[in-house]
Design a protein around this ligand. Structure first.
Ligand code: ZN
Length: 323
């Protein structure tokens, strides 16, 4: 039996979003996620929003936000509302944290990175490069005389580890034991910044987002976000994680491995490349707006509006048709 939170938000009108971090210009990889989220919203006659995820201020590049917005506009991807900047949302994040604190679902942590590494080593944990370093739970029962540095969320609640099962429209059935995979994760960081997880969950709910279409690199954050949604009593969106564009080193394309900023002054080649990554067929249109209209129609055929969870565990786009 599905719990109420597992049920898709049938009753709510479709709202999708693209949520870039302004750490640099839009590149071939981020355009795939932007285009997919726009196409899905347009194909389902929904609204499409843009949210600038600038909570991690040290990583933000001045001007990158407005540059991304102008690149999206060049590509014909125009949001239905003025963009939202997460740096303006501190009060909402504080209210969410206070609600968790009031119910003892969050607790202060005094651990440094070194403390966490040492505690994990003592537990026999072998760290894999690029793998999440699970929090060993050191401060769960108190700070042991240390000063509070961060606030963490309990992933074992009422004696039960948060095991989150969810459905992805491309990846199929997904499951993560959050307590084991990442442990009690950070909501308020030791450097005084809000965590990505808290900001995303609070904003998606505040903006009425029903469908999240984003890059597959974020898929393993989904269970944490669902756990947080459940504790905050927020509805669960429907998820679709798009294929990544890989750099020469085999990792997700990023500025660090040579992603070039897109030249969007003549956007069709970039849009065509992004669509190919999404498995869409080649389209004959020769102008941007004709191409976008054809891409919408192609998307609607490849990715019909799926509102019910699927029985099978893995799905290819063209097998994804609802009867
Ligand atoms: Zn700690």
């Amino acid at each position: 039996m599905a719990a109420p939170a597992d049920r898709p938000p049938f009753a709510r009108p479709y709202v999708g979003r693209f949520a870039p971090s302004p750490t640099g210009a839009l590149h071939a990889g981020s355009l795939v996620a932007a285009l997919a989220s726009w196409l899905d919203a347009r194909a389902q006659r929904g609204r499409w929003l843009v949210r600038i995820e600038d909570v991690d201020t040290p990583r933000c590049v001045p001007g990158a936000d407005h540059h991304i917005l102008s690149q999206l506009a060049d590509c014909g991807l125009l949001p239905d509302e003025p963009p939202l900047w997460q740096s303006t949302r501190g009060q909402a994040y504080a209210a969410a944290l206070a609600s968790l604190q009031a119910r003892a679902l969050a607790y202060p942590c005094g651990c440094s990175r070194r403390d966490i590494a040492a505690a994990l080593a003592a537990q026999g944990h072998v760290h894999q490069r690029f793998a999440e370093r699970p929090y060993p739970g050191t401060c769960r029962d108190g700070l042991h005389g240390k000063a509070a540095r961060a606030w963490r969320l309990h992933t074992v609640v009422d004696g039960r580890a948060a095991a989150v099962a969810w459905h992805d429209r491309r990846l199929g059935a997904q499951r993560q034991d959050v307590a084991e995979a990442v442990g009690d994760f950070v909501l308020w960081r030791a450097d005084g910044l809000w965590s990505y997880q808290l900001a995303v969950v609070v904003d998606d709910a505040a903006q009425g987002v029903t469908h999240i279409v984003r890059g597959a690199d974020l898929a393993d954050n989904t269970a944490r976000q669902i756990h947080l949604q459940q504790l905050l009593g927020l509805p669960r969106p429907i998820y679709l994680h798009t294929p990544l564009v890989l750099g020469a080193d085999g990792h997700k394309l990023s500025k660090q491995n040579g992603a070039a900023a897109l030249d969007t002054r003549s956007p069709l080649p970039a849009l065509r490349a992004a669509a190919a990554r999404l498995g869409l067929p080649e389209l004959p249109a020769t102008t941007r707006d004709d191409w976008l209209a054809q891409a919408c129609a192609a998307w609607a055929l490849s990715w019909p509006n799926r509102t019910a969870p699927m029985a099978s565990s893995s799905v290819l786009p063209n097998e994804d048709a609802t009867p």
